[in-house]
Every structure is written in C-alpha cells, then in structure tokens.
Ligand binder design. Structure first.
Ligand SMILES: Cc1cc2nc3c(=O)[nH]c(=O)nc-3n(C[C@H](O)[C@H](O)[C@H](O)COP(=O)(O)OP(=O)(O)OC[C@H]3O[C@@H](n4cnc5c(N)ncnc54)[C@H](O)[C@@H]3O)c2cc1C
Length: 291
C-alpha cells in the first residue's frame, strides 16, 4: 500500500500549476485533498510521476453568492460546504449530499473540485451539479472556458477536462423563491459510497406549478446520469404523489446499474424509484409547494 515514487510541487498560483501540467504532459496530475487520488496510487491504479498540489492556492477556496450565481472555489473543502450557512439555508441539496460523503476526516481533506473532477460514478456531488444546472469554470494554457456539468461526464473516470486544465470554480444558478432541492442516498453503512442516490431540484412559480426540474442519479451507471424524462414529466404540473411516483418509475428506467457487491441491478433500480419519489416530496416542500 505504498504509492510509487513521484515528484511533488506546490505552486502558489493556478497559472503556475497549469505551466507545470503543460510541461509534464501525461506525467503530472493535480492533487487537491488526495482522498481519491492517493488511494488509487497506493493500489497502483494510477502512477503519475508528478503531483501538483493545488491545496495551498488560497484563492481557490471560497463560497460566494452574488446577484446571479453561487460560486464555489474548486479547493473548497467538503466540510466547509457543510458548515456554510448559505449552503444550508439556500442550497439544502448540497448540504444533504455533503453530510453523506464518507466520514469527517475525508470531508476535512476532500475538496468540491476533487469530488466533481474525479469522474467516479459513486461520487455524490456530480449528481447535485447536474440536477441544479451547475457549470464548471476550467482554466488551461489557452485561458478560461465554461463547461455545463451535464456535458462534463463522459465515462467512468473520463471527463471533458483536458490534461493541462484545472477546475477553478463551480457556478450554480442563484437560488430563487420557489426553488427546492434534495439529495437522498442509500448506503450499506455510514461512510460508504452509495448503493444508489438521487439528486432532485425543482423550481415552482407562485401558483405551485413546476417550471423546471432536474433529476440526476449517483452510482447506477458508468457515470453520473441525468433522468431527463423523469424531470420533464413534472414540468407544467402542480404535482401530486402520483406524479412523483411516476417520475420515480421513469428515473428507475434511466438507471443503468450493474449487479455488484452493493446489490443486484433490479434492487438498485427499486432504490432509485423510491428515493426519487421521496426526494421529490422533500424538494417540493422546501420549494414551498403545498398539496
Ligand atoms: C474512505 C473513503 C470513503 C469515501 N466515500 C465517499 C462517498 O461516500 N461519496 C463521495 O462522493 N466520495 C467519497 N469518497 C471520495 C472523496 O469524497 C473524494 O476523494 C474527494 O471528494 C475528492 O476530492 P479530493 O480533493 O480528495 O481529490 P483528489 O483525490 O486530490 O483528486 C481526485 C481527482 O480529481 C483531480 N482533481 C482534483 N481537483 C482538481 C481540480 N481543481 N482541477 C482538475 N482536476 C482536479 C485529481 O487530479 C484526481 O484525478 C471517499 C473517500 C474515501 C477515502
């Protein structure tokens, strides 16, 4: 369980880090909290020759709400997300997810950026980012570009990030009156990755009609998945439990789970169906919906 030898750099700026990534193309990896990368290296599933530690770039750690967006710096610790009053009061889906990631030690080291960049279908934050319509700001040798979270995940551990690019900021549409979200996760034991988990986000107008919806699924496919039909089935309705049940069935159809040590595929689809219905009820209540 000892990783192979590697060089270590701790640059003071993002541009310096990008320069190192570019100069050592193919050999260098970004290190943030190390909670995913270091276990892979210990198992020799990843053998980068150089680690570029971005955790000391202070300007990458912040949570700011401005008139348009919630901005979360890539190196913000998951624990900081959980402790943020803005997140807890206005973006409860993120607080739900953050509280169920691993354990306090991992959350104290692991970063939001590492969680969304790793490309593991079991990571909890990507589904939230898809459901809420987040965008990722990445910087590379050619400057900044923005990628919608729903375009970011290509396959297991494969993302739209180029090798010399660094995620600098996650941008989330600012919460409005009538917004509500929830994340629900079934795990074998506290601290484990999900058997299955569901992120839902609803926006209601003043009459309680759903004007937009996002539903995304964790650990039931090669990568995080959108349940687009389930979400669009709710738009234009003042939903009832029957609508939430139907959306749960559509979400289960969108899931592509494999049978593994966390259970058979059909069981996982059942979990998706149940969690979607429950998460929709919770999100609906948080959005101010009344039956
Ligand atoms: C025991 C244990 C249990 C866990 N359980 C869960 C769980 O239940 N749910 C869950 O979601 N996660 C879980 N994790 C994973 C943990 O939450 C993630 O490892 C962590 O969030 C990743 O962040 P990090 O900062 O540690 O990333 P690192 O491990 O440092 O990096 C992960 C990957 O992302 C890349 N990367 C990191 N930051 C950037 C950036 N800014 N730009 C570009 N690339 C970047 C790295 O190069 C690497 O490829 C668990 C981990 C452990 C050890």
């Amino acid at each position: 369980m000892i990783p192979p030898k590697f060089d270590y750099h701790a640059p003071g700026t993002v541009d310096e880090a990008i320069g190192l990534l570019q100069k050592n193309a193919g050999d260098a990896k970004v290190l943030a909290g190390g909670q995913s990368l270091l276990p892979l290296m210990k198992l020799r599933l990843a053998e980068p020759k150089m680690l570029i530690d971005i955790s000391r770039i202070a300007k990458l750690s912040y949570i700011q709400e401005d008139p348009e967006l919630l901005r979360v710096g890539a190196a913000t610790k998951i624990n900081d997300l959980n402790d943020s009053q803005v997140i807890r009061s206005r973006y409860p889906m993120l607080a739900d997810a953050g509280a169920h990631i691993a354990d306090p030690l991992v959350r104290n080291m692991g970063t939001v950026g590492g969680n969304v960049c790793h490309g593991d279908p079991g990571n909890d934050l990507p589904a939230c980012m898809l459901a809420i319509g987040a965008r990722y700001v990445v910087r590379g040798p050619k400057g900044d570009r923005t990628i919608a979270a729903k375009e970011f995940y290509r396959d297991t551990f494969v993302t739209a990030l180029d090798p010399a690019e660094i995620l600098t900021e996650v941008q989330i549409p600012k919460a409005q009156n009538g917004d509500g979200g929830a994340y629900m996760k079934m795990e074998r034991k506290v601290g484990d990755f999900a058997i299955a988990a569901v992120a839902v986000h609803l926006r209601l107008d003043s009459k309680g009609t759903v004007t937009s919806a996002g539903i995304a699924l964790t650990n039931v496919g090669p990568t995080v998945l959108m349940a687009g039909k389930a979400a669009s089935s709710l738009v234009g309705h003042k939903p009832t439990d029957a609508d939430f049940l139907a959306a749960g069935k559509l979400a289960a159809e969108a899931a592509q789970p494999a049978s593994d040590m966390r259970g058979p595929a059909e069981f996982k689809k059942g979990i998706v169906q149940t969690l979607t219905r429950r998460a929709l009820h919770l999100a609906w209540g948080r959005a101010g919906g009344k039956s």
